[in-house]
Ligand binder design. Structure first.
Ligand code: ADP
Length: 478
């Protein structure tokens, strides 16, 4: 069996702040079907190591890992093969994976360089139980130095791959940190690690990894453009031949309207039962009577997600019979803007600030449509949950949203293929027009039901995409 070491800062079911964790947690199971044995390395944040229970084995030690001793404990947690990098001086502290209430940890460059250093060493030398990977798969900037340490260290046949989950996060730090981060000074050049006078761990991976992937084909193309590349477009364009877009899948065991314990079950054939969820949701949020579509939004409340475009569209949408439920948290100004809309029209708009997994399931089940008006969206998961639940996605035609939703154009409707509504460009006018189309399509029950069923049948699990990762790993093998 071929082996991959996956390196990341978060992983479901251990710890999640975003879609990255879903992907890192889903890949090992999906890749096993293609003959790849994947172990996931992540920091031993407080409380994680005890979850290994009796399976815990010490598999690697580092006497001095960037300021203190470290070891790796391997074992299984909920069926997942994990390696936890136990380095108390770096990871044993309160708060989330990146910071606490006062902000990001000041030494995040060291914390994640250490993760990457340990990963490269394990890949090169193998683990205490004889396990040695053929490929090191790094995720995002936190693992970005791992391909660089492999490339600049002693010769090895281990190949590396970096996946960009979001180019907005680049792991930038000061040029003077090169030495502390154990990087060779002569690599600080525009063709190497230098990034506009700074050092960037993401760029380090983009110039040293054997292959680059991102999480949708459209985002892979967008990233080479100035308006999406966030400064990395040139580096990516130079390496265009090694850049691949592979769509994320979703975990259809957790996200399935037929078997979801959080909702009244329904299926594509028995869509009538979805109405029970709608009624319960309207009741839960205390909305009044309305005839149009019930739109839901489950999201980080940030400008990336286009949340600032929503308020200007709501008076027309609700006047035409629609209603909106929001679950999310993020930018305080956007939280306030959403709450203000709910205050102005409480019978049609309701907002919950916070993170609530169970409520998100009830909203996907009870909504008629899910809004995803992102300015950029590497892949996006919520539109896929919407498709799966017969909750028609209304999306900006960008990144993975563009690759997963078939817009209800006249041609797509005539072919019976439409699964949602996509608009372009991402601005208030585009969203307002999309909501107009939503109200009209919703009123035509025949077309609407067809769209719901098309979405529910769309292949969204990992079967296809894991095959693409496996095929890519194969091409890297000697
Ligand atoms: P991103 O990773 O950019 O935030 P994705 O769409 O890839 O966006 O993934 C977001 C994930 O987080 C989805 O699984 C979504 O359902 C979930 N999510 C976002 N906000 C909330 C919330 N307030 N409550 C529950 N789940 C949420």
């Amino acid at each position: 069996m071929h082996r991959v070491l996956s390196v990341a800062s978060e992983c479901v079911p251990l710890l999640k702040t975003g879609g990255l964790a879903d992907v890192v947690g889903a890949l090992p199971k999906a890749l096993a079907d293609h003959g790849w044995d994947m172990r996931v390395l992540l920091p031993a944040y407080p409380g994680l190591a005890t979850r290994l229970g009796k399976t815990a084995k010490a598999l690697w030690t580092g006497k001095e890992l960037f300021g203190g001793p470290a070891k790796v404990l391997g074992g299984t947690i909920e069926g997942l093969d994990v390696l936890l990098l136990d380095a108390p001086h770096l990871y044993d502290r309160p708060g989330g994976p990146y910071g606490d209430a006062t902000g990001d940890h000041a030494d995040n460059d060291i914390r994640f360089a250490a993760l990457s250093w340990a990963a490269a060493d394990m890949a090169r030398m193998g683990l205490g139980d004889g396990w040695k990977p053929h490929v090191l798969h790094a995720h995002d900037w936190q693992a970005g130095f791992a391909p660089a340490y492999l490339r600049y260290g002693p010769e090895t046949d281990v190949k590396s791959l970096i996946t960009i989950h979001n180019i907005a996060f680049q792991g930038n730090t000061g040029a003077e940190r090169m030495k502390a981060l154990r990087l060779p000074a002569e690599q600080f050049t525009p063709d190497g690690l230098e990034y506009y006078g700074h050092l960037s761990s993401l760029k380090a991976a983009l110039v040293t990894a054997d292959a680059i992937t991102t999480v949708s084909p459209t985002y892979a193309r967008e990233l080479m453009r100035e308006d999406f590349g966030m400064g990395m477009q040139g580096v990516l364009a130079q390496r265009a031949g090694t850049v691949h877009g592979i769509l994320n899948g979703i975990d259809t065991d957790l996200w399935s309207p037929e078997a979801d314990p959080a909702i009244h079950a329904y299926s594509a054939r028995k869509l009538g039962d979805k109405k029970k969820n709608r009624a319960a949701l309207i009741d839960e949020f205390g909305l009044g009577y309305f005839e149009g579509p019930l739109a839901v939004l489950i999201s980080r409340l940030t400008t990336q997600k286009g949340i600032d475009l929503i308020p200007e569209t709501l008076s027309e949408f609700t006047w035409r019979g629609g209603a909106l439920l929001v679950l999310g948290s993020g930018d305080p100004a956007l939280e306030r803007a959403m709450l203000r809309e709910a205050d102005l029209n409480p019978s049609r708009i309701a907002v919950r600030i916070g993170y609530d997994e169970a409520l998100s399931h009830r909203m996907f089940a009870g909504g008629d449509a899910v809004l995803v008006p992102s300015r950029f969206e590497p892949c996006g998961l919520t539109q896929m949950y919407g498709l799966r639940y017969g909750t028609v996605p209304v999306v900006a035609a960008t990144g993975g949203l563009n690759d997963t939703v078939i817009d209800a154009t006249p041609a797509a409707l005539a072919a019976g293929a439409a699964t949602g509504i996509a608009f372009h460009p991402t601005d208030g006018l585009g969203l307002a027009q999309a909501l107009r189309r939503l109200v009209d399509l919703y009123a035509d029950k025949k077309i609407w039901t067809r769209m719901q069923r098309n979405g529910m049948k769309a292949p969204l699990d990992w079967a296809q995409s894991s095959g693409k990762y496996a095929a890519l790993y194969e091409t890297l093998m000697p």
